[in-house]
Ligand binder design. Structure first.
Ligand SMILES: [Zn+2]
Length: 569
């Protein structure tokens, strides 16, 4: 009895000692690997941080000028940057760190995961990567410099949208719409080649195709995203059928046509991605002769997100050869963010300015204590959510009133039609996003199918527009995102869902009100504080759904979007 007790004690001590040794060697291994990874990071950052900044500056410059030399410089810098993460030696090191599983410190582990994915993407032959960057840059330049020609006259995108919005002359609308699609023919062969190169690269890296790879490397499960789009399709389908009928009645009367005679050019923009103005509220009238940049500056300052420095570095007005879309660029993740756009005093540009400065506020108010790799938006769609949360205010009577652009009486007068218009906008956009998401998925699954036809099948199914008889043109290629921001569009819709989720959370928990519909955040710095602390500063510290859960108490959900725009539930 006594002896066996002794044996047990001795055995216990031995086991304990062994466990301590093991733990110690585990810790040693972890410490060793973590130190080695820190060393790797040091070298990685010393190359990537300055070069990324140069790439961002060169790309911003080429977007302003549209010049060959600027585009060449931008693309060769981008290739240099890609070459760093294309290095097979570096990738092998990262893979070893991952397999050993000894990087445990949370921020180090997170950086390892993110940098590993960015290397993985580029583990393709250098020549193939260069070919892709060059093709992409060539397409970008074609888009930059393309201006539609109508009856011998040159039209900018702004001119085109202006005619589509305001004219009721079917012949003129048809001409302008068709002219705007000519870019599709110019870029379609390049895009197709690029799509095949992207697919080949994805397959070499073990993915079914490029679309699957893009989603997975963005920490989005393709199946989950598709299910969400199916759910949104069901949620919006019946409501959209009714709204589309209302739109068609309005537009037919406006253009002196029968409803059956309506063509895609009657829907007031190139893609029917914006809602036609069918309700008695003329937002453009409120912005005419106004200084939109100044309004934006005042608004953001009022919510505690001062953007004077961003405005000073931005390029905000039309120029020949300049990129005609808008974007915000985080130049260095150290406060230098800038916006490019072509402002005109109307509601479209008020919306766009609020959108782009939302992005740049997200960039500017990051956490300088975070490692550089993590100092970025949790996901592309979380920054779209912030951008859209603010952009929606351009059509909000409460916001217009609080920014002293309209009187209280006028705000009351337009309250109902404005809400209808905002709802219509969301429904129209939601159906359009279905087309984009499903087209890209289908195109990467089979680039050799009849894409011209596939595009119109989806447009007919989701947007309920009729293809003009006999049309066989690459209209899909005219949409710039297909070529230059591939498999990204679904993020805009996810961004809308999150914008609604954030709006309800801010109203409830930050502003402590149940009156969600009338919030403009104007003059409420606690909103900026909340966003900085819960959304901007966390950066990529956590996977996006974890950030959302910490910020709002729930994972991403369509619930609030449906509550805000679809009604019921
Ligand atoms: Zn955006």
């Amino acid at each position: 009895m006594k002896i066996s007790f002794k044996i047990i004690v001795i055995a216990f001590v031995i086991v304990l000692f062994a466990a301590m040794l093991l733990a110690r060697s585990g810790k040693l291994a972890a410490g060793r690997d973590e130190n080695a990874f820190r060393q790797f990071l040091k070298e990685y950052e010393s190359k990537v941080i300055p070069l990324s900044k140069e790439v961002a500056l060169a790309s911003f410059q080429s977007s302003i000028s549209g010049k060959d030399e600027d585009f060449n410089r931008s693309s060769s810098l981008q290739i240099q940057l890609n070459k760093i993460t294309a290095d097979p030696g570096g990738f092998a090191q990262l893979k070893a760190f991952k397999l050993a599983g000894q990087i445990r410190e949370p921020l180090l582990k997170r950086q390892l995961d993110i940098i590993y994915d960015s290397y993985l993407k580029n583990q393709i032959p250098i020549l193939q990567m260069e070919a892709m960057v060059k093709l992409q840059t060539r397409i970008e330049q074609k888009f930059n410099t393309f201006r539609a020609q109508v009856d011998g006259k040159t039209m900018t995108d702004n001119d085109i949208e202006q005619v589509l919005r305001t004219s009721s002359d079917s012949l003129q609308l048809e001409k302008v719409w068709k002219a705007s699609k000519e870019i599709g023919r110019l870029v379609a062969p390049d895009i197709l080649q690029l799509v095949k190169l992207r697919n080949a690269a994805a397959k070499q890296l073990g993915f079914a195709n490029f679309q699957q790879m893009q989603l997975k490397l963005g920490e989005q499960d393709p199946q989950t995203i598709e299910s969400l789009f199916d759910e949104l399709d069901v949620l919006t389908r019946d409501g959209f059928v009714d709204l589309k009928k209302t739109i068609d009645e309005f537009l037919a009367a406006r253009c002196g046509l029968e409803m059956e005679q309506l063509k895609p050019w009657h829907y007031q923009n190139r893609y029917f991605q914006e809602a036609p103005a069918i309700y008695p509220v003329d937002l453009d009238a409120y912005y005419k002769d106004k200084d939109l940049v100044q309004i934006c500056r005042t608004y953001y300052e009022g919510i505690g997100l001062k953007i004077d420095d961003i405005i000073a570095r931005s390029d905000l007005f039309e120029k020949p050869g300049k990129y005609q879309h808008a974007f915000s660029s985080d130049i260095d993740r150290s406060g230098d963010a800038r916006v490019l756009c072509s402002v005109k005093p109307d509601s479209y540009w008020m919306n766009t300015l609020l959108h782009e400065f939302g992005h740049s506020a997200y960039s500017k108010f990051n956490d300088p204590q975070l490692p550089w790799t993590l100092r970025d938006a949790a996901h592309a769609f979380t920054t779209e959510a912030i951008a859209n949360l603010f952009a929606r205010f351009a059509a909000s009577p409460s916001w217009l009133r609080d920014m002293v652009l309209i009187s209280t009486a006028e705000a009351q007068r337009i309250a109902v039609p404005s809400h209808d218009a905002l709802r219509l906008q969301q429904m129209v956009f939601s159906r359009w996003a279905q087309v984009m998401f499903r087209f890209e998925k289908s195109m990467y699954e089979n680039p050799d199918q009849d894409l011209n036809r596939r595009w119109w099948e989806l447009v007919e199914k989701y947007q309920l527009l009729k293809m003009p008889a006999g049309r066989n043109e690459p209209d899909w290629a005219a949409k710039i995102h297909i070529a230059l921001y591939p498999c990204y569009y679904h993020n805009y819709l996810l961004g809308e869902l999150l914008a609604s989720q954030l709006l309800y959370h801010i109203a409830d928990r930050v502003l402590k009100t149940v009156d969600v519909g009338n919030q403009s955040f104007a003059g409420r710095p606690e909103v900026g504080r909340y966003l900085i602390d819960f959304v901007f500063k966390p950066g990529m510290r956590w996977p996006w759904n974890e950030m959302i859960e910490r910020a709002t108490g729930e994972k991403l959900t369509a619930k609030y979007y449906a509550r805000q725009f679809i009604g019921g539930k």
